[in-house]
Design a binder for this molecule. Structure first.
Ligand SMILES: NC(=O)c1ccc[n+]([C@@H]2O[C@H](COP(=O)([O-])OP(=O)(O)OC[C@H]3O[C@@H](n4cnc5c(N)ncnc54)[C@H](O)[C@@H]3O)[C@@H](O)[C@H]2O)c1
Ligand SMILES: O=C(O)C[C@H](O)C(=O)O
Length: 314
């Protein structure tokens, strides 16, 4: 199996590193537009192989898409990250053109690839990638945006900090958009080893966990001066792993909705079953009235951002 990661920056290289160390595919191609960077990162990563004990091949490419040919999965991380004080949405002007160009060139070489979109604003970039992919004959189930895997891991972290219980025993999902105000951490459904978290945390504490989760990326951006990469890199890798190993895991991911959760013609985060064919099924969580209202509000904001695409000359 072959995975390409486009963008050999912080998130792309970390994703490639995780995929290589897990030995879930034979080959990882890292591609970047900056001369020599992908080759350099690929060589650096390959020089960890004997220390880490993996035999995945990692190949670097400066914008030569022929090296990506016949990829099974392609992770798209190319584009600008935000700086402190910015929203992800402010990246649309630059990243839309990058994502459109990358998706076209990737699909020319790998028409059967499953695309995993990471670049921000992720929900709108996934919608854009889907439009390009569908115009090239790709099924909607092969275009997935990564946000929910990361946001849910942050949710579990904050729940663990608040309850004192191990992160591994905590389960919870974040659905909706991957934005500071559009994500929806589902506190009602979160559990510690099957026990509802409401047994351990009061309303106010749960509201604080949800608020911290929603601005999790912004908090890290403020601390780091650019956005995060360790958790995003392993989150992207976990989605790739679920696909290439046909795991049938339920991971909240950004996919095209056609009536599900009351929404149409939009890509938004919902729990999906992931397997060898991409996203295979959307799970209906049966949201409460309040959660459904939050989901509709999130969709309105993402739809607004999607409408900006038509105004860009890309
Ligand atoms: N969806 C998520 O959960 C999530 C998480 C973290 C970061 N992100 C987003 O991922 C993107 C990358 O973040 P980063 O921290 O790795 O940024 P980065 O600046 O470290 O890396 C981006 C890389 O993309 C490359 N690039 C730019 N245009 C390109 C093109 N046309 N073709 C190929 N490569 C190109 C750049 O040269 C750079 O190396 C950002 O948009 C960021 O907001 C999303
Ligand atoms: O916060 C960002 O801008 C990057 C990414 O979407 C994240 O959540 O870490």
């Amino acid at each position: 199996m072959k995975v390409t990661v486009v963008g050999a920056g912080a998130v792309g290289a970390t994703t490639a590193d995780n995929i290589a160390r897990k030995q879930i595919v034979d080959e990882v191609v890292l591609l970047d537009i900056k001369q020599g960077v992908a080759e350099g990162k690929a060589m650096d990563l390959m020089q960890t192989a004997s220390l880490e004990g993996f035999d995945t091949r990692i190949i670097g490419s400066t914008n030569d898409y022929t090296k990506t040919a016949k990829s099974d999965v392609v992770v798209i991380t190319s584009g600008l990250p935000r700086k402190p004080g910015m929203t992800r949405e402010e990246l649309i002007g630059i990243n839309a053109g990058i994502v459109k160009g990358v998706v076209t060139q990737i699909l020319e070489q790998s028409p059967k690839a499953i695309l995993l979109i990471v670049s921000n604003p992720m929900d709108t970039m996934t919608y854009l990638a889907l439009q390009v992919a569908q115009s090239m004959g790709v099924n909607k189930k092969r275009v997935i945006g990564m946000g929910g895997a990361l946001d849910s891991s942050r949710f579990r972290y904050f729940l663990s900090q608040a309850t004192g219980f191990a992160q591994n025993d905590i389960h919870g999902q974040v659905i909706g958009g991957h934005g500071d105000t559009t994500m929806i951490p589902l506190t009602r459904l979160a559990t510690v080893n099957s026990i509802p978290v409401s047994r351990f945390l009061g309303k106010e504490e749960l509201a604080k966990v949800a608020a911290d989760t929603m601005v999790g990326g912004a908090t890290l951006t403020g601390l780091l001066g650019t956005s995060a990469w360790y958790a995003p890199g392993i989150a992207a890798c976990s989605v790739v792993e679920a696909i290439v190993r046909d795991e049938k895991r339920i991971i909240p991911s950004c996919v095209y909705l056609n009536g599900e959760y009351g929404q149409k013609d939009i890509c938004l985060g919902v729990p999906v079953v992931l397997g060898r064919n991409g996203w295979e099924k959307i799970i209906n969580l049966r949201l409460s009235q309040e959660e459904q209202a939050a989901f509709s509000k999130s969709a309105d904001a993402v739809r607004n951002m999607n409408s900006v695409l038509a105004t860009l000359s890309i």
